[in-house]
Design a protein around this ligand. Sequence first.
Ligand SMILES: Cc1cc2nc3c(=O)[nH]c(=O)nc-3n(C[C@H](O)[C@H](O)[C@H](O)COP(=O)(O)OP(=O)(O)OC[C@H]3O[C@@H](n4cnc5c(N)ncnc54)[C@H](O)[C@@H]3O)c2cc1C
Length: 544
Amino acid sequence: MNLPLGIKPLDITSFTNAHGNFTQALKPGASFDLTVSDPGFERQYPSFKDKYNQTTENFQWLIQHAIDNNLRLRPMGSGWSLSKVAVCPDGIVNTKKLRLKASLGSSQLSEEYLNSGDPFNLLFAQCGNSMISINELLEQERNPPKSLRASGGSNGQTIVGALSTNTHGAAFKFGSLSEFVLGMHIVTGPDRHVWIERASRPVTSAKFQEWIKAEVILDDDIFNSALISFGSFGFIHSVLIEVEPKFLLEQQLTQIAYDGNLEKAITDYDFSGLAHVLNYPLAVANEKLYHFELAINPHNFEKNNPDKGVYFRVMYKEPYREDYERIEPQTQGYTYGDDVLGLIQKVLDQVEVLPGNMLDGLVIPNAVNTLFNLAYNRPEKAIGTVGETFRNTIFRGKLYSGAFAFDRKDMPKVIDIVLGNNRNIPFAGVMAMRFVKGNKATLGFTRFENSCVLEMDGVDAKVNYNFSEKLVDVLEAHNISYTVHWGKNNNVLNKERVRRIYGDAVDKWLGHRNQLLSASAQAVFNNEFLEQCGLDQPGKILLT
Ligand SMILES: Cc1cc2nc3c(=O)[nH]c(=O)nc-3n(C[C@H](O)[C@H](O)[C@H](O)COP(=O)(O)OP(=O)(O)OC[C@H]3O[C@@H](n4cnc5c(N)ncnc54)[C@H](O)[C@@H]3O)c2cc1C
């Protein structure tokens, strides 16, 4: 096969995701690697613009190739997703080597942006840039230095891979990663590629748009649909993101009782009852608070009992200064090791085969207590930049990680339901609640204005899949609105549930997909995950 410069065959016949939850068989000869840094490519396309525009053509070539050969393709970032959102039975396209990034000059920006924003707060990045490399560029090389406005707990994802599944941290006043995206360049077909911005916030000028050679779409609704589209709207070649002056996050981790005071913080962000715990006087704390998270060990929990309470983890946002004690990477914690997970996995697998599963009730809590202590055995106080704070990328062993989002007001009920469920099917892991400002993405999973994400991390054992299935049944029986993370273990999702959760937004998303991609291009980007969720059908084009 004669491949254009910049596209290379990716010689694999299967793909196993980072946490080893699944292995996807792939068609031989159907996967590809994209690059902008091979010597031959560099020689032929010496300038940034040449490299960039040729890569757009390479994406188009791949879509045409897939149509001609009746193949499905999925763009892949770091392959961290625990669901099968980044794979299909034919081929994957590795985007990790697409790492061009640049600032934009004033002439490339709209009047509107120049009147309200700072050009130095923008970064134009190709899809394959990792969160790590973006943090390094912003915090260490940019002058003046900058920070990402939000991050997940770890940072090995690619920028586009991360935002495509609605990756979030606990930035309860800012939101998930998708919130800092102002523009997207998407290759939607063999002869079409689009630059999308919100009509309500135009950022680039005609000069930039000519440079990128794309059809320009200024539309809030289409932007919101494409923003969280998990590889289904074509290849997202690049994004334009907004950053801010470099800042520090001062962490505080302490164990407190789950009581009425904490419940007020959960349901209303009213921290007044916790004033005695906070590092600052209430008014100052309210101003500085950036990150709000709680961790629960479901096997050692009792309301109003500080010894069986929750870990309260907050971060205060501070202006950057040089004189602070850097976080030691090895003391950051929350990195499960092979030994603990491997051991628990082994124990649980044994438990599964015992007649009557009788040991679950004893073994699982003990195992979790060990895990929990390991995970939270870290300094109470730490200070660092976004890049220094969210940087755990080491993970070993199979892991189950599921996340459901709720309206924060429903959390007291949800906690009771989760604990009730845990009495019947003990969850082999730990739980956290991370509070995130909601987004407007059409299929955003942090869609509640004040979202609380319940994270459940544990061993990759059947018992945890059963736990989440049962949990969803009970939530539905109690009529509690919930959503499910697109990139984590989400076996509970099916066509009916996606429809029940997102309602008419599904039609909007499908309609916009149909508006941007021809039927043959949609077929290229369909996969089993979209079929499972009922998102593979062409929707009705909506007039906007
Ligand atoms: C150790 C670990 C920690 C995690 N921590 C968090 C966390 O704190 N918060 C959280 O919310 N999630 C977290 N996750 C989940 C993770 O952030 C998401 O699954 C994320 O989407 C993975 O990014 P990735 O680069 O690996 O993308 P992939 O898993 O490779 O892909 C994700 C999706 O993006 C699409 N995609 C990738 N590149 C492109 C492109 N160029 N164009 C179009 N579509 C594209 C893929 O097709 C796929 O649908 C964690 C996962 C792990 C393994």
